[in-house]
Design a protein around this ligand. Structure first.
Ligand code: 9PG
Length: 486
């Protein structure tokens, strides 16, 4: 047991570190948020555009770029300050079921200060110096996992429709890929239908006109090929034109004026979020999860979950953001049952432990290595790109004791892709180092012999005996890649 102090409110530390030679490891709020190891004197990226802030960043980072300054770094749950020899200081929150720990490190003249703000009633905090930051992060992560009853089931091998078909996916695309994968004896466990099958956000049981069928018809077809069925939901969201929104405006997160509050912009317009402190919302979430598992789905990819941890739950404002989030998530788990595999995405990280089976630990992969204009000019490294995905998931290597990490898909196809052969192999190799879920989205018919060979190699699950070597190799990889060769 590590020594900890129960902390509520704010706390400060001044550390005898040389800012110029110190690196800082930060962990953003949710799956897509920044996680990185950088020189402390650099400037933390804050996106300049509001919709980018909404999609990857904690509201606690807002407003915008106002306080993005050299030498000021913010992080959730934990923070580490690392000397060149690997020693340093670690701050860590050991329980995020009710409270969130916001950390901020600042380079001062000849020292480093760390500020902690605990949002919520208080939590057990460790703040320690250590000869080995990597080892200490592993130990504290295991402790947090134990305290929050982490679920770390066997990793699964998943085919997912998103990264090739996007919202144009049809029922036929799913069954055809399963048929071809079966014919090639590709060892997937799950075929997962992503965004595009539903009439609207919230109207999950009504089929999109162009889907060419209904999602409820997929599981039986997949089981004929020996694959489990997976489905994507954004269960805390409602589209403004949905039946859900029209019938239950009162279930939405609300602004100070008592009106439903748009919480983001995607799918060609704004969307709203459900108030997960509302008992009727919880009942609806339970029923939704029960309905799709009743259709035969045993793997749910639950996405855009950060909506459950936003301010605006007016039904019971006494709940903290973490509590409101876990109420919504628990309702989904109850409806889905203990045996259904829940992969969370766009989700607050530590406050999902104990309910999540797996967690996306980075932004989306895309068939392009780097989206330089968004990353450099718009100051946002959370956009879809292979580089952002592996860089972020690598920087969260210690989270394998919180849930199974999902570093997102490898890409083996050569068409509809801007990845070079080197980039395809680098991506696959780095996902393998990260471990956790193995996934692909390539249309099977587009894969030649070499593509199939790369895919087969990537589907070899090599967890769970990774942790020790994982920490070492990732520590090296993160250092190497953040030196600019990445
Ligand atoms: C379906 C997709 C896929 C994907 C998820 C998620 O606007 N944004 O910043 C933004 C970020 C991620 C994103 C969509 C939008 O992708 O990660 O795997 O399921 O939703 O819509």
């Amino acid at each position: 047991m590590t020594e900890h102090t129960h902390i509520s409110g704010d706390q400060h530390w001044t550390l005898p570190l040389d800012p110029a030679s110190t690196r800082v490891l930060v962990n953003g709020f949710q799956s897509w948020s920044e996680a990185e190891l950088h020189p402390l004197t650099a400037t933390q990226a804050r996106p300049t555009l509001v919709w980018m802030q909404e999609h990857g960043h904690d509201p606690a980072f807002l407003p915008g770029t106002a306080d993005a300054r050299p030498g000021v770094w913010r992080s959730h749950t934990l923070i580490a300050l690392v000397r060149p020899d690997g020693s340093g200081h670690v701050g860590y929150s050991l329980d995020e079921t009710r409270s969130y720990a916001h950390w901020e490190a600042r380079a001062e003249a000849g020292s480093v200060t760390v500020h902690l703000h605990v949002e919520g009633p208080g939590t057990d905090i460790v703040f320690m110096d250590t000869p080995d930051v990597t080892a200490t992060l592993e130990t504290l992560s295991a402790e947090l996992g134990r305290r929050m009853h982490a679920r770390t089931p066997e990793a699964l091998r998943v085919w997912c429709s998103w990264y090739s078909y996007y919202r144009d996916v049809t029922l036929h695309d799913m069954t055809e890929n399963a048929r071809l994968a079966h014919a090639q004896a590709l060892p997937f466990d799950v075929f997962q239908l992503d965004d595009g099958f539903q009439a609207d956000l919230g109207d999950w049981e009504i089929a999109a006109p162009d889907f060419g069928g209904h999602a409820r018809d997929l599981p039986a077809a997949l089981s004929g090929y020996g694959y489990r069925a997976g489905i994507w939901l954004a269960p805390f969201l409602a589209g403004p034109g949905s039946e859900l929104f029209r019938q239950h405006p009162d279930w939405m997160l609300k602004g100070n004026d008592g009106q439903p509050l748009p919480i983001g912009n995607n799918w060609g317009g704004p969307y709203y979020g459900l108030d997960t402190t509302h008992p009727e919302v919880l009942g609806w979430l339970r029923d939704l999860a029960r309905t799709v598992t009743g259709w035969g789905y045993t793997y749910l990819k639950l996405d855009f979950l950060f909506a459950g941890a936003l301010p605006g739950h007016r039904h019971d404002p006494t709940r903290t953001r973490a509590e409101a989030y876990r109420m919504g998530l628990s309702a989904l788990r109850e409806g889905a049952g203990e045996d259904t595999f829940l992969l969370l995405c766009g989700a607050p990280l530590a406050s999902s432990i104990g309910i999540a089976d797996a967690m996306r630990t980075g932004p989306d992969v895309a068939p392009i290595w780097d989206d330089e204009s968004r990353r450099v000019y718009l100051r946002d490294a959370t956009g879809p790109a292979a580089r952002n995905a592996v860089h972020t998931a690598l920087s969260r290597w210690y989270q394998h004791t919180w849930y199974q990490p999902d570093p997102d898909v490898m890409i083996a196809r050569t068409e509809q892709s801007m990845l070079t052969a080197t980039e395809r192999h680098t991506l696959a190799g780095m996902l393998d180092v990260i471990g956790g879920l193995r996934a692909s989205s390539d249309p099977i018919e587009t894969l030649n012999e070499r593509g199939l060979a790369l895919l087969r190699r990537s589907l070899q699950v090599s967890t769970p005996d990774r942790p020790v070597t994982l920490a070492q190799s990732l520590g090296d990889a993160v250092t190497h890649f953040t030196r600019g060769t990445f």
